[in-house]
Design a protein around this ligand. Sequence first.
Ligand code: SF4
Length: 307
Amino acid sequence: MKTKCDFCFRRCSIEEGKTGWCRVRENDSGTIVSRNCISAIALDPIEKKPLYHFLPGTKTLSFGASGCSLSCDFCQNWELSQQHEKGSNQDIMSLIDEASAYSIPSVSFTYSEPLVWQDEILELSPHIKAHGMKTVMVTSGTFSESSLLRLVPLIDAYNIDLKGDEDFYRTICHGSITPVIDSIGYLVREGKHVEITTLMIEGIHDAKMMLNIARMLHDAGVSVWHITRFFPAYKMSDRKATSESFLKAMISELHGCGIPYIYPGNSMLEAETRCPRCNTVINRYRTKGICPECGCRIYGVWNHDTF
Ligand code: SF4
């Protein structure tokens, strides 16, 4: 008997004994189960997610498992996302207890695509919340409607990849932009902390595509956008890395697109935060979320909000 998985936008109908598109979720006698478990664990700076406007300067206990809802030819993390290992049997609950004892303020679900192993998130999040810690999800944003409804009450902050336009999604990521942009808009409207990342590939992403993405993100109410340099990887190992000069030129092209905070990533370029009203430089690590010069609100969840 076929059974449906509702973890991501693909909503696979899975035959008994088979797995869905991600090769993680399996139909075991009519019940969909995950074949993997958490296999990557680290204590990362929150800026590595990247989140620049969410508890800056803090560390986040980070978990990952294999599998993904997309298959991007340029995946920078393909060893984990495109593998289908079962993972380790680490005592994750004890690690969370330990992190809390050391005042680590958040736990991140990251590295590959947490949507395909969201049963781990559903199990761990109440335990994390019971410690008063925040939760973070770094995701492709390819939510199904039901997964959005399930996860929104549990996850405080999101970094979502917006990879390109529809043609880019179809030809290079083997997916679609629609569930991603719809999910971004929903999370912003729900008042969640949202930052977006676009990995920009010189020779594929051009000004027209980036301005098109900027318009969609602006319409969705996005405030923070990380534009990061591509490095050769996976099925795009033969392409050259995106140059610093191309990144700089593109960020300058996007100036005035209406998104107030745009940052370079994987780059030596300065990643300053400036007040969107008076252009004063804001110290992200000390701000209380208000510009000291003009009183404008600076978007984010700042350290004084929680400590
Ligand atoms: S997580 Fe997504 S890709 Fe994997 S089986 Fe479920 S619906 Fe299909």
